[in-house]
Design a protein around this ligand. Structure first.
Ligand code: DOR
Ligand code: ZN
Length: 336
């Protein structure tokens, strides 16, 4: 069996910088493009920093055509800056992090009211808002607690396009259905694993991410929504590489590295559920329609020949362990 995807997109990707970027960028090169997260140290907060980072990504991608949808770390902005940013090629939107909620988010928003005037202008200028939607509450309840904030945002700014990033709960899907101006990304791991896979037996640091994987009912609802072709649900890997020594240690960093195997594993998953026909929209069509995107044209053929996932990816002095390290995945990318 085979499927050829037209310009697959990863709507939420961490590529990092420096030597780690050199390692990770080529491993996302089967995608036609990606929305690039800004939570570097320090975060990408200005158009100049964004343009420079975008250039480093282009260089790290080598010959591979790849559309970079760049994001800025949300901080309150003036109208003049927003007008300038809006016209910057490659700018996609702002990523809002509640302060201190995840990796490198200390400079995020502590009080949502501080964001009000910027959000109003973004609504006027049709600049998308991407949100890491977690509260500071009990870890399993953080996303559900944050849904009130999403509801408030969707109501107060009815024309603002708001992406609920990496949703992990059935409750988030219900909210998505309530508001036309909400859309959502979901990762590969949250379609497959639950908290049991992370911490139910021997602890698996390579499956630890934020938001943490939830209950079987949540995973099943997310998978069904993807397989049924929910029109406002998009694939966003949240592939988040950390060096091996930052994962296999006490104080493990949050993030699952899935970029190099995401398309094969998605194809296998959709094939298992006889839903291959829905994959194109999930990995590209929905995002292109919602945001009016036109990425570079790239065809990727996936086939039901197994892929062996290496124990780790190493180069430029960096070493990263992927999901399914050392295992086989039922599908692979067919190289011309
Ligand atoms: O698991 C995560 N890793 N969640 C995030 O929100 C950030 C990401 C990272 O940058 O490592
Ligand atoms: Zn992320």
């Amino acid at each position: 069996m085979e499927i050829t995807l037209d310009s697959p997109l990863d709507m939420h990707l961490h590529l990092r910088d420096g030597d780690m970027l050199k390692l990770t960028a080529p491993l996302s090169a089967d995608f036609a493009g990606a929305v690039i997260m800004p939570n570097l140290v320090p975060p990408i907060t200005t158009p100049d920093k964004m343009a420079a980072y975008s250039g480093r990504i282009r260089e790290a991608m080598g010959d591979s055509p790849f559309t970079r949808y760049m994001t800025l770390f949300f901080t309150p902005q003036t109208e003049a800056t927003l007008k300038c940013i809006r016209n910057t090629p490659e700018f996609f939107g702002f990523k809002l992090y509640p302060a201190g909620i995840t990796t490198n988010s200390e400079g995020g928003i502590a009080h949502m009211d501080d964001a009000d005037s910027t959000l109003r202008m973004m609504e006027e200028m049709d600049i998308p808002l991407l949100v890491h939607g977690e509260s500071h509450g009990f870890v399993m309840d953080r996303e559900t607690e944050f849904l009130a904030v999403y509801r408030d945002l969707a109501t107060r700014y009815p024309k603002l396009r708001i992406s609920m990033e990496h949703i992990t709960t059935a409750a988030a899907l219900e909210l998505l259905d309530e508001f036309e101006n909400l859309c959502a990304t979901v990762t590969l791991q949250h379609l497959i694993i639950t908290l049991d896979d992370v911490a139910g037996g021997a602890l698996n640091p390579h499956l630890f991410c934020k938001p943490i994987a939830k209950r079987p009912g949540d995973r099943d609802a997310l998978l069904q929504a993807a397989l049924n072709g929910h029109p406002r649900l998009m694939f966003g890997s949240d592939s988040a590489p950390h060096p091996l020594h930052r994962k296999e240690c006490c104080g493990c960093a949050a993030g699952v590295f899935t970029a190099p195997l995401a398309l094969p594993r998605l194809a296998a998953l959709f094939a298992e559920h006889h839903a291959l026909g829905k994959l194109q929209d999930f990995v590209s069509g929905n995002a292109c329609r919602i945001f009016g995107l036109a990425p570079v044209s790239k065809q990727v053929t996936l086939t039901d020949t197994p892929m062996h996932v290496p124990a780790s990816y190493r180069s430029f002095g960096q070493q990263v362990v992927p999901m399914y390290a050392g295992q086989d995945i039922a599908w692979s990318i067919k190289k011309a």
